[in-house]
Write a protein that binds this ligand. Structure first.
Ligand code: ATR
Length: 284
């Protein structure tokens, strides 16, 4: 049989981010910047999905059956994606302990769910020179965002964790559940308290609530101080960061976490090791 020397193959790899709403997602521009850096041809699109588990599963199946390489999952589907992988696929430790999936891939013909949010946060802190080993850390919040950071922080070697939440019982339930699920979590001392009862000095305090984007303030004690404050939200003039910056703490918003979690997803899909500083410079 003659060989067609002119046959051209489209090597473009396809990716999506699934969410609702999705129009404002920055993921396509972040991943296109990564692809440019890695010299890969990709197409990364925003994928709207109706807010129910059945529609989500249909979107995921259609995407991977059509040859898609990887998908990111955002609000409100991270838990639905976790349940899908639990039933019909496989999960990384980080996704299992987070109870949420932000990254989907296919492994051995099966759906595989990972969660890179917490490790993205840890990498961003370390990238900025913040030391986590043997440090005291407080997290404010006990929702999905807080839950996803707990295992990666403990794996980074922190000395102790305090989980402060408006509803203390929610923090207590979370700590108990994670301790039963993971030996690593069980080995770290974890205290719980109400957000306004969080006092003393911590090496690092993290805001893992969504409070602050529109100027609302968390009820923080005057007797609470820290060396480093990290807000998982990003943008200017976050009240949580201003509060601690006024007393001399180093502060960071969550933009580096956004890039960091994306870089870990990209590495899982393509094997490419991304220079996040260069990508960030290209994006801003
Ligand atoms: P996510 O998945 O983004 O973490 P979530 O599960 O709704 O979202 O959790 C939101 C977190 O912000 C919770 O810890 C919540 O406290 P409660 O558990 O008491 O609800 C916290 N939060 C929301 N509004 C708050 C407020 N006005 N003051 C203090 N904490 C608040």
């Amino acid at each position: 049989t003659p060989i067609d020397d002119n046959a051209s193959f489209d090597m473009t790899q396809h990716f999506i981010v699934i969410g609702n709403p999705i129009a404002h997602s920055k993921s396509p521009s972040i991943h296109h910047a990564f692809a440019q850096q890695a010299g890969l041809a990709i197409r990364y699109a925003r994928q709207y999905c109706p807010d129910d588990a059945e529609s989500f599963r249909a979107v995921v199946d259609a995407f991977f059956n059509g040859g898609g390489i990887g998908a990111n999952v955002t609000v409100p589907f991270k838990q639905i994606a976790y349940e899908y992988c639990l039933e019909d696929g496989a999960l990384s430790d980080h996704a299992r302990v987070a109870g949420a999936v932000n990254t989907l891939a296919q492994r051995d013909g099966k759906l595989y769910g990972d969660n890179t949010d917490g490790q993205g946060l840890v990498n961003d802190m370390q990238h900025q020179g913040w030391i986590l080993k043997d440090k005291t850390v407080a997290i404010i919040g006990a929702g999905g965002a807080a839950r996803g950071t707990i295992l990666p922080l403990i794996q980074a070697g922190i000395k102790s964790l305090t989980l402060a939440n408006r509803t203390v019982s929610k923090a207590e339930t979370l700590v108990k559940a994670l301790g039963e699920q993971s030996a690593t979590v069980a080995h770290c001392p974890i205290d719980t308290c109400a957000t306004d009862a969080l006092t003393g000095h911590f090496d690092i305090i993290i805001n893992a609530t969504s409070i602050g984007l529109s100027g609302e303030r968390l009820p923080l004690s005057e007797h609470l101080t820290c060396a480093h404050a990290y807000d998982m939200m990003y943008g200017r003039e976050l009240p949580f960061l201003t509060h601690f910056a006024d007393s001399g703490a180093k502060t960071s918003d969550g933009y580096g976490m956004l890039i960091g979690q994306a870089a870990l997803s990209f590495a899982l899909w393509t094997g490419a090791d991304i220079d996040v500083t260069a990508a960030r410079a290209q994006l801003t």
